[in-house]
Ligand binder design. Structure first.
Ligand code: NDP
Length: 453
């Protein structure tokens, strides 16, 4: 083993978590090798959050155009060309990849393109070379799950939708999680006839029940046809498109199908067996609160561990690992009160307990505000904003905040600080409103809509 092939840390996977961990470890003086199979940036930058949000921005233009005349502009007529969007998005992602590569180089992290395979507790093989490090960090993320329903492998995944050169006339989305709801909403606004088939009675399992109902209504307002309680049996492809057969015998037809049935940890070809790491039932690498695997000298962070599968969480886990192992400070990522957003139309954002969870814990007051936002009311749109505060009556602490409405993610990110700081309802009441905004409603809720317990 040459000195050139020996490192303090080898990180496998240059996504958000792996990049953050590499740079933080290097800033503490570690000699770091980051190995990535394809491109630097990972799911969030190359196939997820960033291109999805760029597509969402494109879809929002449709209502800007249609509402313009109500604000005094002459009629705007325009056509969306998805191929032009795809090209512009690719240019932007190339630019971002360059920025990430530059940041890694500036931090002193050595980057290697190649498939990494763990061959022992301290060794990794890539491109036929063996590399050695005292510590190995697995940050390989996840990939779309394609085996939940027979025939599902023929459907598009979100990766494909982000690479389209032409829009389909109709699209059937299978699933009702983050990806399903976001892409259904985006493509409907781009003029595609979208339908959704999902097993539950409402989309977004795990979210607050009222928010789920609001999400279903919002999707229907965009023209999305919802097939709730739909248990898929098999997907087949024919000359004119696709047919999804449901267990009750119904067949749903569409020109194209989006498989949004979840993602699986990326562990293929990693060599976990060589170090005795066994995955859990979901295929994820089990880790402790310090992101340590069962193998000495090997840690794992991000979606490959299937804890809270969100970019900022993977980054926090990666930095906590690097600070603990190389910075002399024991830090653990905090998985409590993680805010999250669904970039549908209007968007959803949420933090803390749902109403049902809060009721189980003790006496709970629920404050609700619903209204037509000024901008939408002005143009005669029926779009509504929905806001909910959950308050623990015993302590007066605000334990959950849920919103569907314009700018919800921006508003809830700010309020997440209040939740983290343990703000009470009285603190909200004592905060001066900022007028005219939608966010001010959160500090103007006086009477509970419901009291439980
Ligand atoms: P989710 O886990 O959010 O949703 C998966 C959906 O697929 C659910 O509706 C689930 O139904 C359904 N499903 C699963 N298996 C089957 C099956 N065999 N047959 C039919 N339906 C099935 O996954 P996503 O793919 O939407 O997102 C993956 C991850 O990416 C999420 O965990 C999220 O954290 C992250 N993400 C975050 C975003 C954001 O922060 N805005 C955006 C996009 C992704 P059921 O509810 O019945 O189980």
């Amino acid at each position: 083993m040459t000195a050139a092939n020996t490192f303090d840390l080898i990180v496998i996977g240059a996504g958000s978590g792996g990049i953050a961990a590499s740079r933080r470890a290097a800033s503490h003086g570690a000699k770091v090798l980051l190995i990535e199979g394809t491109r630097v940036g990972g799911t969030c930058v190359l196939r997820g959050c960033i291109p999805k949000k760029l597509m969402m921005y494109a879809s929002e233009m449709s209502s800007a155009f249609s509402e313009a005349s109500a604000f005094g502009w002459s009629e705007v007529t325009s056509q969306f060309d998805v191929a032009r969007w795809t090209q512009a998005k690719d240019n932007e992602l190339n630019r971002l990849e360059g920025v990430y590569r530059q940041m890694l180089a500036n931090s002193g992290v050595q980057t290697l393109l190649g498939h990494a395979r763990i061959t022992g507790e301290r060794t990794v093989e890539a491109n036929g070379e063996t590399y050695r490090a005292e510590r190995i960090l697995i940050a390989t993320g996840g990939a779309p799950s394609i085996d939940g329903i027979p025939g599902l492998e023929q459907a598009w995944t979100s990766d494909d939708v982000l690479q389209l050169s032409a829009l389909p006339k109709s699209l059937l989305v299978i699933g009702a999680g983050y990806i399903a709801v976001e892409f259904a909403s985006i493509l409907a606004r781009l003029g595609v006839h979208v339908s959704m088939a999902y097993r539950a009675d409402l989309p977004l399992r795990g979210f607050d029940e009222d928010l789920r109902a609001q999400a279903a209504q919002a999707l229907e307002s965009l023209g999305v046809t919802l097939h709730a309680s739909a248990r898929s049996q098999a997907l087949s492809k024919h000359a004119g498109g696709f047919a999804l057969r449901l267990e009750d015998g119904t067949e749903l037809q569409a020109d194209a199908v989006l498989n949004a049935t979840g993602r699986k940890p990326n562990i293929r070809g990693l060599g976990l067996e060589s170090v005795g790491i066994a995955t859990d039932a979901s295929g994820a690498i089990p880790v402790d609160a310090d992101s340590r695997t069962t193998a000495p000298g090997i840690w794992a962070i991000g979606d490959v561990t299937n804890r809270v599968n969100l970019t900022p969480v993977a980054i926090a886990e990666g930095r906590a690992f690097a600070d603990t192992e190389f910075g002399g400070r024991h830090i653990q990522a905090n998985h409590a009160n993680v805010a999250s957003a669904v970039f549908c139309s209007p968007p959803i954002a949420t933090i803390g307990l749902t109403e049902a969870q809060a009721m189980e814990r003790g006496p709970t007051d629920v404050y609700v505000s619903q209204f037509r936002p000024m901008k939408k009311a002005f143009v005669g749109s029926q779009e509504r904003t929905y806001m909910k505060l959950i308050v623990d009556r015993t302590t007066d602490r605000v334990s959950g905040i849920h919103m569907l409405g314009a700018d919800a993610p921006e508003i809830i990110q700010g309020l997440a600080i209040a939740i983290s700081a343990g703000a009470t309802k009285r603190d909200f009441d004592n905060t001066m409103a900022m007028h005219p905004t939608s966010a001010e409603e959160f500090v103007l809720m006086r009477e509970p809509a419901r009291r439980h317990g």
